[in-house]
Design a protein around this ligand. Structure first.
Ligand code: DQA
Length: 153
């Protein structure tokens, strides 16, 4: 079965109560449950990690290949805008990374308009709330189904 990893960065553990006018009312567990339901429907297994620490996120990226993940969905939160270390980790690995954000970072403060990870990500999806993750998952389902590559046992 294909395996994918969803990584959420700092402060996303507070979803539900954190600035709901920007990030909505769903908790991270709610979002993860939606992702899991759709992934299971598509016969994909999904693991979730959240960390407020840059090094944890880098570690998860570095070990994603050896842990057998076919794709990563990453919301690097504020690290998106300045972590060259996370960007370098994405560039260093073979597992494709889809960058997601709940909010439309391009409509917000100027410092959020730059993503230092976008140039090394497969693509960026932002502005659709929890549906940003769901859209990334649909891309992955399409790629895995259409890949023609034999799935691992
Ligand atoms: C975010 C956008 C970032 O600018 C912010 O720092 C976050 C969340 C989003 O999902 O909209 O923490 O990544």
């Amino acid at each position: 079965m294909w395996k994918i990893l969803v990584i959420n960065g700092p402060n996303l553990n507070l979803l539900g109560t954190r600035e709901p006018e920007i990030y909505g009312n769903m908790t991270l567990d709610d979002i993860n449950a939606r992702i899991e339901a759709r992934a299971n429907e598509a016969d994909i297994s999904v693991d979730f990690q959240q960390s407020n620490y840059e090094g944890d996120i880098i570690g998860a990226l570095q070990s994603a290949g050896s842990n057998g993940y076919a794709f990563i969905i990453l919301n690097a939160a504020a690290f998106t805008h300045y972590s060259i270390a996370i960007r370098d980790a994405i560039a260093a690995i073979d597992v494709p990374v889809i960058e997601v954000h709940l909010s439309n970072i391009h409509q917000r403060e100027e410092f959020r308009h730059t993503s230092v990870i976008a140039p090394v990500a497969l693509g960026q999806i932002c502005g659709f709330g929890a549906d940003s993750y769901m859209a990334a998952l649909e891309v992955i389902i399409g790629r895995l189904n259409g890949s023609g590559v034999e799935e691992e046992e």
